[in-house]
Ligand binder design. Structure first.
Ligand code: A3P
Length: 292
């Protein structure tokens, strides 16, 4: 049966665990050199994880292989069962790269900061995020005829747009919340000192500058030549070529572009999103790049 689990009013995303999220909040002790990639679905999580893994493991083939083969249940803080935190402590690695799709309120940000762990927040313009999410949600292996699935993950574009931007989908969100609310939760931490924001569109436009900034933030030394390597290894075409079977099935590396929303949104739909984003984020200096 499909049911929505909740913690503190937040409706978990399908596949995440309330128990594990809660356990992480209450007990998990990060290492001081841990890196957590905190990203909303379809905003470049995999891309930035891959960039960070190349920066950190580039001189250690074994660590790179191990990281590549780690199950998502281990990597995402909110998935799997709490016992995994013991496993994470015992794996043979010196520096860990973890990830989360949770809003900042569901992570113990005080403890994360106190230990010295660092957080990277990839962000992407909401229209491209939405198109990317729609294309993936359509392909998720969910029981098609279940009424919950039909109403929460509708297959039709118009219905999806409405349900999603009304904040009805459970994506580690309260009822009525969606991507801008998630962004707001992290935006509050942008000056914490251990949090680094990076825009999808900026990496696209100038990978060398953005990857260098990430390296500096993580205190990783990198030569010009290594930087060129990281850019090549984490380019859309390389990542797509190397994608795993399940990723191919979900068309995980779909387009990898800025501005694909123009092929999907009508002018009225685009304006509807502008208005909703303005309402939620207008008071912040968060600005998005919508054009390539
Ligand atoms: P599209 O569906 O627009 O193609 P996430 O990893 O957070 O789920 O994000 C997935 C999105 O990032 C997809 O967007 C995917 O194609 C894009 N992506 C993944 N790797 C990329 C890369 N190396 N360069 C550019 N975009 C990439």
């Amino acid at each position: 049966d499909v049911k929505i689990n909740e913690w503190r009013g937040y409706r978990m995303w399908m596949g995440s665990s309330t128990e594990t999220t809660k356990w992480a909040y209450e007990h998990w002790m990060p290492w001081k050199n841990d890196v957590i990639i905190a990203a909303y679905a379809k905003t470049g999580t995999t891309w930035v994880r891959n960039i960070v893994s190349h920066l950190i493991y580039r001189r250690n083939q074994q660590a790179m292989e191990m990281y590549k083969n780690l199950h998502a249940f281990l990597v995402y803080l909110e998935t799997g069962t709490p016992i995994k935190f013991e496993v994470l402590d015992k794996l043979p690695w010196k520096r860990r790269i973890l990830a989360t799709h949770m809003p900042a309120q569901l992570l113990n940000m005080k403890r994360i900061k106190a230990t010295g762990a660092k957080v990277i927040c990839p962000i992407r313009n909401p229209k491209d995020q939405l198109v990317s999410w729609y294309n993936m949600a359509k392909k998720l292996p969910v029981p098609k005829n279940h009424k919950l699935v039909k109403s929460l993950y509708p297959r039709s574009w118009e219905e999806f747009l409405q349900v999603y931007t009304d904040g009805e989908q459970p994506l580690a969100s309260k009822m009525g919340e969606w991507y801008p609310d998630y962004l707001l939760s992290w935006y509050k931490h942008k000056d914490d000192g251990n949090v680094h924001f990076v825009a999808y569109e900026d990496i696209k436009k100038d990978p060398s500058t953005e990857i260098r900034k990430i390296a500096e933030f993580l205190e990783v030394d990198i030569t010009e030549e290594e930087l060129d390597d990281v850019i090549f290894e984490t380019s859309f075409s390389t990542m797509r070529r190397q994608s795993a079977h399940i990723e191919k099935k979900l068309d995980f590396y779909r387009k990898g572009e800025v501005g694909d929303w123009k092929n999907h949104l009508t002018v009225a739909q685009s304006e509807m999103i502008d208005a909703k984003i303005e309402e939620k984020l207008g008071h912040t200096d968060l600005k998005f790049t919508y054009e390539p």
